[in-house]
Design a protein around this ligand. Structure first.
Ligand code: ATP
Length: 303
C-alpha cells in the first residue's frame, strides 16, 4: 500500500525544550492512524509539522511524497484539518463559514454551493444552514469544523482531538462519519486522549509520551501483546501487596487499586487471590489501552 506520510528521526525542539524526539512512522492510504498520549506528549506538535505550519528541527518528513518545507502549498491543497480549538467565524452562518473556506481553495462559486450543500448533509446540519455559530451546540460546532475540513475534498484528514468535550451521542455521530470517510478511501490521522475512541476508530496507533513513541500497532494487538486479555483488580492495601509479593505475582499500582494482567486463565488466578489475599474484592475486566499505558509508564493517561 502507498505511504501517505513518512517520517524518520523527526524532531522538534522549542529553544532547549524537546517536544518531539526522533520519531519514525509511516501512514498508509486508507487507514485511520492515531496518536494517543497525555497532555504535552507531542501529538499536536507532530500534527503541526505535517500540516506545514511548524517547521521541523531535524529528521525527514514526507507527505504525499513531498517535503513540507519545500512544497507546503502542494500538501495543503490535499489535506483537511480539524484543529483542537473550535475556531469558527462567529460573523458568518454555518454555510458562510464553509463558503469562506471554499474561497481560500479557489473553488468556483457554483461548485462551492454544491459542496456546501453536500457537506452540511454529510454532517447532519442541513437544517442549520443559515444559523449563526453561537446558536449551535458543541457537537454541532465540531461537525461543522469537520465539514469545513472536507471542503477541498482532501486525501488526508488530520483531526486534533475531534470529539473533545462532547457527550457520547455527539461523539458517536462524529465516529460514524469518520468511518464513512475511511470507507470512501480517505486517510485519517488523529490525536486523542480518549482510549475508547482510539480503540474503536484507529486501525493503527502510537502511544506517545515525552515526545517519543512507546509502542505502535493495532489497538487489539497492543493490548494483547503488552498486557494480555484481562485485568484483575484488588484494593491497594499492604496485605494485598504482601500477598502478591509472596505469591510471586507481577502487578501494577493504579491509585487505590492493584492490577494484575493475565491471559485467559484469569478466573483461576482471581479465585486463588480471593482465597489467599484476605481481601473481599477481586474483580476481573477486559484489558484496555489504558493498561498498556500504565504498564509502559507507571502512570495513567490523565495523571
Ligand atoms: N509554541 C510552543 N512553544 C514552546 N513550547 C511548546 C510550543 N508548543 C508546544 N510546546 C511544548 O511542547 C510539548 C508538546 O506539546 P504538544 O502540544 O505537542 O503536546 P500534546 O501531546 O498535543 O498535548 P495536548 O494533549 O495537551 O494537546 C509540551 O511540553 C508543550 O508545552
Amino acid at each position: 500500500m502507498t505511504a501517505i506520510i513518512e517520517a524518520d528521526e523527526l524532531t522538534k525542539t522549542y529553544n532547549d525544550m524537546v517536544a518531539v524526539s526522533h520519531i519514525r512512522f509511516s501512514v498508509k492510504k486508507g487507514e485511520i492512524f492515531g496518536f494517543l498520549g497525555p497532555n504535552g506528549a507531542g501529538k499536536t506538535t507532530t500534527m503541526r509539522m505535517i500540516e506545514c505550519v511548524s517547521p521541523r528541527t531535524s529528521g525527514t518528513l514526507r507527505v504525499f511524497g513531498m517535503d513540507p518545507e519545500v512544497n507546503p502549498a502542494g500538501i495543503k491543497q490535499r489535506i483537511g484539518v480539524v484543529p483542537q480549538e473550535t475556531n469558527l467565524d462567529p460573523d458568518f452562518t454555518c454555510a458562510g463559514n464553509l463558503l469562506v473556506y471554499a474561497r481560500y481553495f479557489d473553488i468556483p462559486s457554483a461548485e462551492a454551493q454544491i459542496r456546501v450543500k453536500n457537506l452540511l448533509e454529510f454532517v447532519a446540519l442541513t437544517e442549520k444552514r443559515d444559523t449563526a455559530i453561537d446558536k449551535l451546540s458543541g457537537g454541532m460546532k465540531r461537525r461543522l469544523i469537520l465539514a469545513r475540513a472536507l471542503i477541498n475534498n482532501p486525501d488526508l484528514l488530520i483531526l486534533d482531538e475531534p470529539t473533545i468535550g462532547l457527550d457520547p451521542q455527539a461523539r458517536h455521530l462524529i465516529w460514524e462519519r469518520l468511518r464513512l470517510l475511511r470507507a470512501q478511501g480517505n486517510t485519517i490521522l488523529m490525536t486523542t486522549h480518549y482510549l475508547d475512541e482510539a480503540a474503536r476508530l484507529c486501525d493503527r496507533l502510537v502511544i506517545m509520551d515525552h515526545g517519543t513513541f512507546l509502542v505502535e500497532g493495532a489497538p487489539a494487538d497492543l493490548v494483547r501483546e503488552q498486557v494480555g486479555s484481562e485485568i484483575i483488580e484488588m484494593d491497594n492495601t499492604p496485605e494485598v501487596i504482601a500477598c502478591l509479593d509472596e505469591l510471586g505475582v507481577t502487578f501494577e499500582v493504579a491509585g487505590d487499586q492493584v492490577q494484575v494482567a493475565t491471559d485467559a486463565s484469569s478466573r483461576e488466578l482471581a479465585k486463588i487471590l480471593l482465597d489467599r489475599c484476605k481481601t473481599s474484592r477481586v474483580s476481573t475486566r477486559p484489558a484496555t489501552l489504558e493498561d498498556v499505558f500504565l504498564k509502559l509508564t507507571g502512570r495513567t493517561l490523565r495523571e
